[in-house]
Design a protein around this ligand. Structure first.
Ligand code: ADP
Ligand code: MG
Ligand code: ZN
Length: 494
């Protein structure tokens, strides 16, 4: 029997507000434990929460970017539970009437577009953090750090529209890209500012009814999300095949073993005793403010990707890579502008200048950044100014250096920050286009390989590339490929 998985994701994104959601405490990451706390976020009796307006604005931005409806009136609710990282004994969240509902995003998986529904996006506060066994002398203590208690979160709940682990990862990446483009979340999964719980169930192919779901937690990278979901799908299929029943529960992903482990049977919502937060008024948002927020939205990743395809005529794959971050996209556009501004066109080649720039960025720049473990989103990641980048392309167009040499020079520019022409001069890398010099090199190769020459003349034409290779080697890779090609044909025809 074949099975189909059904997956719905709950994502918590920490908002980049300077202060917490219901008090004025700083949200700066990495401060000494319990230095960013006050009576409100410590849950002292008699204190009152005051809503952070910027947090609402950020949540609304995400709603608009994901085609959600923003409710003009929404209600904060208390979600009651006990845990040592939650001093109040309840978390302020939203329940029945969340800030926003009913949106979607489109993702692309294996070339096919798919729409994933978003059930709701609601606002809530984060809990503190427990630190286990990091005591001064003894590992038997647990500590609580409440710097994070009360930090603004949004929870983005998806419809159970996802069917595979690939779709889940694409959905998460798309969500994260949107949050980062909006500059409302740093998207850092390792530090926990972008966290995901995955609800997974399976059902026989063709069945309409959903199976019982398990909720997976503790996955702090895209790769772990993928692995955890895949493991869980096969575990549930096995349970059913063995005649058992999947039970509704929360399971933790163990990244060392690559398995999910039962943590607790799932609480029902009524266990939380949600009720409207009596210390906060209903949140009212008027259309004028929504319109104002809408007018500040930047171009989003999907829009940028589409525009790149239209405007620059590059493949949608390239556009996807180049728009992965706003910084990379801006860099690409600046390079294209400079390159085209100089009237540069790859002479005699089919390929357009925007595609040339794309090839260089995707092929060389991203490769080097990856080797260094650097991130293009960090402005300090590399220091090749667009004008310098374009200088190098100009040198290839002018025939000063060939493409192969240009790649070496590019790496040198990347590593040293020197100007490309200085590197070319210093290392004597100028391309050899001089026919006399090339003919000398070719004749030496021909003289040294009589057997291959005879075979070539007898019709073994694929040996041509052998002669190209030998002559390139003899010229240390600096031969002008077009000129070399032409001359070699002539000499071999003699
Ligand atoms: P809960 O009350 O247990 O948190 P919700 O109905 O709020 O459950 O759904 C939480 C998440 O689980 C949503 O993302 C939803 O799409 C997803 N979900 C609901 N039912 C299933 C199911 N049978 N299989 C997989 N995911 C599901
Ligand atoms: Mg849930
Ligand atoms: Zn506080």
């Amino acid at each position: 029997m074949s099975y189909e998985a059904v997956i719905g994701l709950e994502v918590h994104a920490q908002l980049l507000t300077n202060s917490k959601v219901f008090c004025g405490c700083s949200t700066k990451f990495g401060a000494e434990s319990n230095t960013q706390v006050c009576p409100v976020c410590l849950g002292m009796p008699g204190t009152l929460p005051v809503l952070n307006k910027t947090a609402v604005e950020y949540a609304a931005k995400m709603a608009l970017a994901t085609h959600c409806r923003i409710n003009n009136k929404s209600i904060f609710a208390r979600k009651n539970y006990f845990y040592p990282d939650l001093p109040k004994g309840y978390q302020i969240s939203q329940y029945n009437e969340p800030l926003t509902q009913k949106g979607y995003i489109d993702i692309e998986v294996n070339g096919a577009e798919k729409r994933i529904g978003i059930t709701r996006i609601h606002m809530e506060e984060d809990a503190g953090k427990l630190i286990h066994g990091e005591s001064y002398e003894d590992a038997d203590y647990s500590f609580v750090d409440l710097n994070r208690a009360g930090v603004s979160l949004i929870e983005i709940v998806s419809e159970p529209d996802i069917r595979t682990s690939d779709e889940a990862v694409e959905y998460l990446k798309a969500l994260r890209d949107i949050l980062v483009y909006l500059e409302i979340c740093d998207g850092n999964m390792e530090e926990g500012s972008f966290r995901c719980d995955a609800n997974v169930s399976v059902r026989p192919a063709g069945e309409k009814k959903f199976g019982t779901k398990a909720e997976l937690k503790n996955m702090n990278s895209f790769r772990f999300v993928q692995k955890a979901i895949e493991y869980e799908i096969s575990r549930q299929i096995e349970v059913i095949e063995d005649g058992g029943k999947v039970i509704q529960e929360t399971r933790l992903f163990d990244s060392d073993k690559g398995v999910t482990i039962s943590m607790r049977s799932k609480e029902e919502a009524h266990d939380y005793r949600y009720f409207p937060e009596p210390d906060l008024l209903p949140l009212q948002i008027d259309e004028a403010w929504i319109a104002e927020i809408k007018s500040t939205l930047p171009e989003l990743p999907a829009e940028k990707r589409e525009r790149f395809v239209k405007e620059y005529g590059i493949p949608s794959y390239d556009a996807g890579v180049l728009t992965a971050t706003k910084e990379l996209a801006n860099y690409y556009e600046e390079c294209v502008k400079k390159y085209e501004g100089q009237g540069a066109r790859c002479k005699g080649q089919e390929i357009s200048s925007p595609k040339v720039v794309s090839n260089w960025i995707m092929g060389e720049l991203l490769r080097l950044l990856k080797e260094d473990g650097k991130d293009i989103a960090q402005p300090s990641a590399f220091s090749i100014q667009p004008s310098v980048f374009v200088k190098l392309l100009n040198m290839v167009d002018a025939g000063t250096i060939n493409t192969k040499t240009a790649k070496e020079v590019f790496e040198e520019v990347y590593k040293t920050g020197k100007e490309p022409d200085a590197i070319v001069k210093e290392k004597g890398l100028i391309q050899i286009s001089d026919e006399g010099a090339l003919i000398r090199a070719i004749d030496e190769v021909i003289a040294a390989n009589p057997k291959e020459v005879a075979e070539y003349k007898a019709g073994k034409e694929k040996l041509f590339s052998f002669f190209i290779g030998q002559t390139m080697k003899a010229t240390k890779g600096q031969a002008n490929p077009q000129v070399l090609n032409k001359l070699l044909k002539e000499r071999l025809a003699k």
